[in-house]
Design a protein around this ligand. Structure first.
Ligand code: SF4
Length: 456
């Protein structure tokens, strides 16, 4: 009988994608997967080291597995960024962990698991590679509407707070041929939306192919209706990429543009390589070209951040008015430049209070933007059941706002594009009712983020 694996994924979309690669590699060697931890022979955690919260969840999960491991034969594996960054700590303090595999070691995972199961051997694969891009491994994806494709791995930017260059190594880009074939395969299976992933996605470079050329080629694949990407670095956002976003009918007019801080001293301390003025100039440039929705990442309470410096970030959020923002308090990550160079000296209650104030500010901006859509018609890709009710559909607009509506039209199915008239809005969700023509079978009606409602 095949050994059964229970795989749990923490962290970002890149980790979700890596878990799909892991599934593919293990299935090819005869392993089976189970959703039930109780019947698994192997429990794998694909971990994230970027924030303290994900890190703590993994340690508390490991603590719970101790009992399970005492009761029966069980192999426990830690994969991903924590395995890479905390290999010594995990080896020394977590004897229940049998296998540690970093993001560049997944090809070795099947052999390591077989040795652990059959010979109780501990296994380690934590060497970073300059070349590994998992070319020719087609991720094992569940059927659906949205898919991710990693187009490059690693990061050379070394922002001082960030652990990624140490856990995922140096930048390397995939052959565009393999990426386009993957997009064609997805289109053939009915996927409508692809998100191109990379830690520093706009630095994609393979021979003469840059990211603007790559995203255009993916958006040209017949059947793919929406292409998104995450995350670009503001310091090198090329004009050709903006041309592609503003001009291609299948590239979403939505950009996630991490700012991290609105204060020049803090930006310099973070090693972000742009000033507030340069960032605002880029935003102005983007907005002059087209109606493009912007979201961002912000860190509050970075080393030495004063109240005045924090208020610069607060003022920037007021000025730019993002559609949405991911706001986190700074948490020192082992082995980063900031951990070695600067004291983590903003008190925890101050960090928390600064995050709360920014979250409240962003909420009011998001509510205002979403309320402005009341009575308008938005075009939505149907993705599946709403989280709270199977009697409702859920999808997203081109600008990536969640939309929820009642299932009152039997012909609708995931993958359709529908027109929804907005009747209510919160900071994160639009609610509405379908309008005719309905649904837009497989083709997105597009040209503007929103069209005036002409009535049903
Ligand atoms: S660009 Fe900076 S924040 Fe982003 S992954 Fe690279 S080092 Fe980390």
């Amino acid at each position: 009988m095949a050994y059964r694996i229970f795989l749990q994924t923490f962290g970002c979309q890149m980790n979700e994608y890596d878990s799909e690669l892991v599934r593919s590699l293990l299935k090819a060697r005869g392993f089976a997967f189970t959703e039930d931890q109780e019947e698994a022979d192997v429990i794998l955690m694909n971990t994230c080291a970027i924030r303290e919260h994900a890190h703590n969840r993994v340690f508390s999960h490991l603590a719970k597995l101790k009992t399970l491991k005492r009761q029966r034969n069980l192999v426990v594996g830690v994969l991903g960024c924590m395995a890479q960054n905390l290999k010594t700590e995990l080896t020394e303090t977590q004897p229940l962990v049998d296998v540690l595999v970093g993001p560049d070691g997944y090809r070795r995972l099947p052999d390591l698991l077989i040795s652990a199961i059959e010979h109780q051997a501990k296994g380690l694969a934590v060497d970073l590679s300059e070349y590994e891009t998992y070319e020719q491994i087609l991720p094992d994806r569940a059927a659906g509407v949205n898919a991710w494709i990693a187009v490059m791995r690693g990061c050379d930017n070394f922002c001082t707070f960030c652990v990624v260059p140490y856990t995922r190594g140096r930048e390397r880009s995939r052959n565009p041929e393999g990426i386009i074939e993957e997009a064609q395969e997805l289109a053939g299976r009915g996927y409508k939306q692809i998100t191109l992933l990379g830690q520093n996605v706009n630095s994609y470079q393979y021979g003469t192919w840059d990211f603007a050329r790559l995203i255009t080629a993916v958006a040209d694949v017949p059947g793919i209706q929406r292409v998104r990407f995450t995350s670009p670095h503001p310091k090198d956002f090329p004009p050709a990429l903006l041309d592609a976003v503003a001009g291609h009918p299948h590239i979403c007019r939505q950009i996630h543009l991490p700012v991290q801080s609105g204060n020049n001293r803090v930006l310099a301390g973070m090693g972000r390589c742009y000033t507030r003025k340069e960032y605002v100039g880029l935003v102005d440039n983007i907005r002059r070209r087209a109606d493009i929705a912007l979201s961002t990442d912000i860190i509050s309470g970075f080393c030495g951040e004063t109240e005045n410096e924090y208020m610069d970030t607060y003022g920037l959020v007021q000025e730019i008015e993002y559609h949405s923002a991911f706001i986190f308090k700074y948490s020192e990550r082992k082995n980063t430049i900031a951990a070695r160079k600067y004291p983590d000296d903003v008190p925890e209650p101050v960090k928390s209070q600064r995050v709360t104030r920014l979250v409240e500010l962003q909420k009011t901006i998001s509510v205002r933007k979403n309320m402005a859509l009341l009575g308008e018609t938005v075009h939505v890709l149907v993705e599946g059941n709403a989280k709270k009710s199977r009697d409702q559909w859920m999808g997203h607009t081109e600008s990536n706002v969640t939309v929820v509506w009642e299932k009152n039209h039997t012909a609708t199915q995931p993958g359709d594009f529908v027109s929804i008239q907005v009747t209510d809005a919160t900071a994160s969700t639009l609610y509405g009712t379908p309008v005719s023509p309905f649904p837009l079978k497989g083709v997105e009606k597009r040209n503007s983020l929103v069209s005036k409602c002409l009535g049903p």
